[in-house]
Design a protein around this ligand. Structure first.
Ligand code: CA
Length: 228
């Protein structure tokens, strides 16, 4: 899941980016409204966290442009002002939720997840499964054959990507950009290492093996062919 944070207070922005990244999201951070506006209009995000008060293009303007362009991406506003006028204005423009500064990170994370869940309704989207592997997206839990499997945030994000695109060969470059927000550099083996760890957790000791290596191409999660 890819998020955009637009926040001109550098410390708050970095804090949000770090916290959300640790929670398993890929995060772009813009420190001003102009960059934020540009990214919001040109990239594809699953959710935006917008500060209202920005020195150049403010949060309202970014939201307005998005909605005028017919983009339904959920938007969570951060506002230092808790006035009714602000809330009414934001709701009229199509904001999905508000958080008044200062806020506790855990609350922001909870609201982000709620908005993503709401967007992903119907409720069947809350759970993904392949064979006896089950992912509970709301609670970030994975299990196989009913047995809980403990995954780090990155491992969960990697597994979610593989499950959502079951049967598709995912090149390392795609995995790198979707899960690590980095350009794939063939000198690094970070993806192979992460896949090996994930395999150790979800495939070792279980049948069938779900994560498949497609030589020279990448990785795929699928049920193996019966014939093999
Ligand atoms: Ca601000």
């Amino acid at each position: 899941m890819k998020l955009l944070v637009v926040e001109d207070e550098v410390k708050t922005g970095e804090y949000l980016k770090q916290g959300l990244s640790e929670a398993g999201f890929v995060v772009d951070l813009a420190h001003n409204g102009l960059d934020g506006h540009h990214l919001a209009m040109t990239e594809r995000y699953d959710l935006l966290v917008l500060d209202v008060m920005l020195p150049d293009v403010d949060g309202w303007r970014i939201l307005q442009s998005l909605r005028e362009a017919g983009r339904e991406v959920p938007v969570l506003f951060l506002t230092a002002r808790d006035s009714i006028d602000d809330r009414v204005k934001g709701l009229e423009l199509g904001a999905d939720d508000y958080l008044v500064k200062p806020f506790v990170f855990a609350e922001l994370l909870a609201r982000v997840r709620t908005l993503l869940r709401r967007r992903n309704s119907p409720a069947t989207e809350l759970n993904l499964s392949v064979a006896d592997l089950e992912l509970d997206l709301a609670r970030h839990r994975a299990s196989r054959n009913g047995k809980r499997i403990h995954l780090t945030a990155k491992e969960f994000a990697l597994l979610e990507l593989l499950v959502r695109r079951q049967g598709e060969v995912l090149p390392r470059s795609l995995i790198a950009s979707q899960v690590w927000d980095m350009n794939f550099d063939s000198d690094t083996n970070v993806i192979d290492v992460a896949i090996r760890r994930l395999r150790g957790k979800i495939d070792d000791g279980f049948h069938p093996k779900l994560i498949q290596t497609v030589r020279g191409m990448g990785y795929m999660l699928d049920l193996p062919d019966d014939n093999e």
